[in-house]
Design a protein around this ligand. Structure first.
Ligand code: HEC
Ligand code: HEC
Ligand code: HEC
Ligand code: HEC
Ligand code: HEC
Ligand code: HEC
Length: 333
């Protein structure tokens, strides 16, 4: 009787151990982030299609989407950084408005926030903005950048528009909507989506592979790429669903990633795992909830994965968060 119970327990604990191993293995695989083994590197441009050189379709704008999605989306969308990346100067703090007033030429809009605030005004031609060469440094609480104020009519379109506005024409660099609209992430919506959301990119029922999702976020969050067709730092006519890497040239080499801050590096490591190693298990959405502006979900992931070490270290048995200071050549801060 007692022997049988003992054997029973033995079998159970062996089973338990085996299960624990499988779980650990699965969990490891789930957030595996080591560089791909040599010889097994995929060509990131090999799948899917693109819209390089095409013109953007007449897409459904945020106002139209919110007509139906007011309840769950509208409230937090007005506070979402994507929506607010470019916004009216009027809503800014008094010091920023005063700084803007000291620059001749009437700033109307601002871009950025915690790290740098840039001043913009509408150009004579539609879908274009002039960028002020002087900027506001929120840390020093002072104007920074060039010593003489001046408005540049080309800079924003050539170097910023693709990531801070919506649907930028590759030839004219004119945008269709100011700031970032629903279209940038959800794409050209399928009229049938209200009855079958599985066609809707980024919906809960979305069946698109990880490489499609990371392409969507990377069109803006890879800040070290170059368009093969235009030479600009953002892709030519990217439409969600496309393969970004057919046009965007990006280095995923260890030495290039090592030179970046932890935030840009964790993004490139995640994308590299998906598009070079073919590991489809982890995307930005494993950790981020875009509409809630939250990364809370990441805290319950296993601590053994390489991606964590960008931002955390284990010191004396304690899990600490590193300094996440960020600089960006593309964004000039
Ligand atoms: C490849 C896409 C891309 C390009 C090109 C780009 N940006 Fe950015 N920019 C981003 C992303 C993504 C962020 C948010 C990064 C973060 O929070 O980690 C950002 C953030 C910023 C911020 C900081 C916001 C803050 O938190 O204070 C400023 C200012 C900025 N960009 C200005 C510019 C300007 C000016 C240009 C053109 C000279 C430019 N960016 C070009 C993608 C881009
Ligand atoms: C920066 C990318 C991005 C933009 C811009 C964006 N979304 Fe989303 N959306 C997502 C992602 C990612 C999800 C999946 C859930 C999440 O992460 O919040 C999502 C989910 C949704 C959902 C599903 C419901 C939910 O809360 O999960 C709806 C509806 C939606 N978005 C509507 C919109 C509308 C309307 C706009 C424009 C006003 C918009 N989205 C702009 C990325 C974006
Ligand atoms: C005519 C009304 C209508 C318009 C316009 C509309 N939607 Fe929807 N949408 C719906 C309905 C109804 C559903 C299914 C019910 C639900 O899940 O909210 C849905 C579902 C979705 C989902 C999936 C929600 C989930 O549960 O994962 C997303 C994402 C979404 N819509 C985004 C958008 C975006 C982005 C736009 C604008 C480009 C848009 N919708 C325009 C009515 C609309
Ligand atoms: C069209 C360009 C664009 C796309 C597409 C985009 N982002 Fe962003 N994202 C930005 C910019 C620009 C900022 C910084 C805005 C600012 O602070 O001025 C930002 C900010 C963020 C932030 C920090 C602010 C916050 O709300 O927590 C996160 C996290 C983020 N993006 C994740 C994502 C993810 C995940 C996706 C893909 C579903 C995505 N983004 C798609 C341009 C983009
Ligand atoms: C393993 C989880 C994980 C994955 C995968 C991941 N992130 Fe993050 N990311 C985080 C955490 C955690 C932070 C810090 C959040 C904070 O500061 O609140 C962060 C920070 C960021 C920020 C800066 C936010 C800010 O407020 O300045 C951006 C932008 C961002 N991630 C975008 C992305 C994109 C795009 C992808 C996909 C290519 C991605 N992340 C993949 C966990 C992750
Ligand atoms: C892009 C940066 C980034 C990445 C990548 C990242 N974290 Fe975090 N993590 C943060 C930030 C920022 C906080 C909140 C800051 C704080 O409270 O110390 C945080 C908080 C946490 C917390 C709760 C607070 C604490 O200190 O105990 C846990 C647990 C955690 N992270 C685990 C992980 C795990 C596990 C991974 C890998 C799967 C990971 N993180 C990847 C930035 C990151």
């Amino acid at each position: 009787m007692s022997t049988r119970a003992g054997i029973g327990r033995g079998v159970l604990s062996v089973l338990g151990l085996a299960l624990a191993c499988v779980v650990t293995l699965l969990v490891r695989v789930r957030i595996h982030s080591d560089p791909p083994p040599p010889g097994k590197v995929l060509d990131p441009g090999a799948w899917g299609s693109d819209h390089v050189g095409a013109s953007f379709p007449d897409y459904t704008t945020g106002g139209e989407c919110l007509f139906c999605h007011r309840k769950e989306i509208a409230g937090q969308w007005t506070r979402n950084r994507h929506h607010l990346t470019i916004r009216p100067l009027d809503g800014e703090a008094a010091v920023i408005r005063a700084a803007a007033a000291s620059l001749e030429g009437d700033a109307q809009l601002v871009l950025g926030g915690k790290k740098r605030v840039r001043f913009l005004r509408r150009s004579a031609s539609y879908g274009k903005l002039d960028l002020q060469v002087r900027a506001w440094d929120p840390v020093k609480q002072a104007l920074s950048g060039e010593s003489q104020a001046a408005w540049d009519a080309q800079d924003f379109g050539m170097h910023c528009a693709g990531c801070h506005s919506t649907a930028v024409d590759a030839k004219t660099q004119a945008f269709s909507s100011l700031s970032i609209d629903c279209y940038s992430c959800h794409g050209d919506i399928d009229q049938q989506h209200s009855t079958d959301a599985s066609h809707m990119l980024l919906s809960a029922k979305d069946q698109a592979p990880a490489r499609v999702t990371v392409s969507i976020c990377s069109q803006c969050h890879i800040r070290t790429g170059t368009s093969r067709s235009t030479g600009r730092p953002y892709a030519n006519t990217f439409v969600p669903g496309d393969n970004l890497f057919r046009d965007l040239e990006v280095s995923f080499a260890d030495r290039d990633l090592a030179g970046l801050g932890p935030v840009d590096r964790h993004i490139l490591e995640n994308v590299r795992d998906v598009v070079l190693s073919g590991d489809e298990s982890v995307t930005c959405l494993t950790c981020h909830r875009v509409h809630e502006a939250s990364a809370d979900r990441h805290e319950s992931l296993p601590k053994a994965s390489a991606i964590c070490t960008n931002c955390h270290a284990s010191r004396n048995g304690k899990w600490v968060t590193r300094n996440l200071e960020t600089h960006s050549a593309a964004c000039r801060y």
